[in-house]
Design a protein around this ligand. Structure first.
Ligand code: S3P
Length: 431
């Protein structure tokens, strides 16, 4: 499929983004090992979270849709997962494969995890090495560094481990393994990555300490966790294309309602404010263990900024959009400390630079990020999504801000995290 994007004269309207992808995965996986029934509202029905649900069904977990986004899931209990009769296909989803790998390393059966070509090329050693230190038996291609992964689950012992990279997926995998290990597991993060797993586990009754200092400490489960019904906040990563679009467009006022504003995820707001954007957070409330608000963004004059350090894990999936914002900002924008972008669904340093360059921007690609000077003019072009949902959405926003028409090929990849993205983008231009 391909999608054509043209610049709109003005952008007005309200966006309701899909449920948070990270929280939806966790709501399914954690409730799968709890006792009782959970009703999860606003569950994200993108391809990645559906991969998680399909894997869970193969592990013997029962779930059903009660309506388009309300999921009822019956927990199997902490020892209730069953050996899957077939390979578990995680599709494009890094969160599915990594969290399940940690969980399955501790289950007394054999399982195999695989995914699409992108996922099979992504690094798994970061996860397998500490899990092996806990006693896990895991094998993978290329000397245990790539999926498919074969796991012979069994008894684990605790670990005190310092993560070499800030990764919520690896942290969560080790925490899940730690729930079944002998002794207390401690994971130290170089910088805070999203803490949805920790929040949800605590709300379900597990013993997890986090939030003070760089350590997450988890004790093994001594009793069943209670099922947790919740309403999933809107995904700030799905809101981000519209936040950047509204800030850069000369005539825009966009409200994005019901967005999760967990501080480990709001780097996009901090970075844009640093760049001078008019973004406000209104009607703050709490859904389950997570803070939620409406985000209102208006046309702004942006200036360049240096984005690095602790901001990077808090804005990891939004960095391509911040590079795009930099094209329209006065002065220099530098994104650094972000070499993790090279091992996402695509090499996002390279795919961001090539997308912006194709549209006429001058962008310097660096080993750990990007540098560009603005303001620059973008011209509409035929673009590839690079098979990466975040890149497709960044290209769409670039197209809406460029001169002329932009065509995005393989545009349906947005369904990985935001199935109705094209409809929402179009509606804004008519608002
Ligand atoms: C995610 C964590 C991040 C992020 C990904 C989702 C999660 O990955 O990029 O989209 O749900 O835990 P890393 O933990 O590998 O940085």
């Amino acid at each position: 499929m391909r999608q054509t994007v043209r610049p709109a004269h003005s952008l007005r309207g309200v966006i309701v983004p899909p449920g948070d992808k990270s929280i939806s995965h966790r709501a399914a996986i954690l409730n799968a090992i709890a006792a009782g029934e959970a009703v999860i509202e606003n569950f994200q029905r993108g391809a990645d979270c559906l991969s998680t649900l399909r894997c869970l069904r193969r592990l013997g977990v029962q779930w059903e849709w009660q309506d388009a986004s309300r999921l009822r899931l019956t927990g199997a209990g902490r020892h209730g997962l069953r050996e899957p009769a077939a390979v578990l296909n995680c599709g494009n989803s890094g969160t599915t494969i990594r969290l399940l790998c940690g969980l399955l390393a501790a289950q007394p059966f054999f399982s195999v995890l695989t995914g699409d070509a992108s996922l099979r090329s992504r690094p798994m050693a970061r996860l397998i090495e500490p899990l092996r230190e806990m006693g896990a038996r895991i094998w993978g291609r290329e000397d245990g560094t790539r999926a498919p992964l074969a796991i012979q689950g069994g008894a684990l012992h605790c670990i005190h481990y310092r993560l070499p990279v800030a990764s919520a997926q690896v942290k969560s995998a080790l925490v899940l393994a730690g729930l079944y290990a002998e002794g207390g597991t401690v994971v130290q993060e170089p910088a805070p990555a999203r803490d949805h797993t920790e929040r949800m586990l605590r709300a379900m009754g597990a013993q997890v300490a986090y939030g003070e200092g760089p350590n997450v400490a988890v004790s093994p489960l001594t009793q069943e966790m209670s099922a947790l019904s919740l309403r999933v906040p809107g995904d700030i990563s799905a809101a981000a294309p519209f936040i950047v679009l509204g800030a850069v467009h000369p005539d825009a006022e966009i409200r994005i309602s019901g967005v999760g504003i967990n501080p480990t995820r709001t780097g996009i707001l901090d970075a844009l404010r640093m760049m001078g954007a008019d973004v406000s957070v209104e009607e703050e409330r709490t859904w389950g263990a997570e803070p939620v608000a409406d985000i209102v963004v208006r046309s702004s004059q942006l200036r360049g900024a240096a984005i690095g350090g602790e901001l990077v894990p808090r804005a990891i999936d939004e960095l391509p959009l911040l590079a795009l914002a930099g094209c329209f900002a006065e002065g220099e924008t530098i994104i650094r400390d972000a070499s993790e972008l090279r091992v996402k669904e695509s090499d996002r340093i390279q795919t961001t630079a090539s997308t912006l360059r194709r549209m006429g921007a001058e962008v310097e690609e660096r080993p750990d990020g990007l540098r560009l000077c603005g303001p620059q003019r973008l011209r509409g072009k035929a673009l590839s999504s690079h098979g990466d949902h975040r890149l497709a959405m960044m290209a769409a926003v670039a197209g809406a801000l460029a001169q002329g028409e932009t065509v995005i090929h393989n545009s349906n990849v947005v369904a990985v995290s935001y199935p109705w993205f094209w409809r929402d983008l179009e509606a804004l231009g008519k608002g």
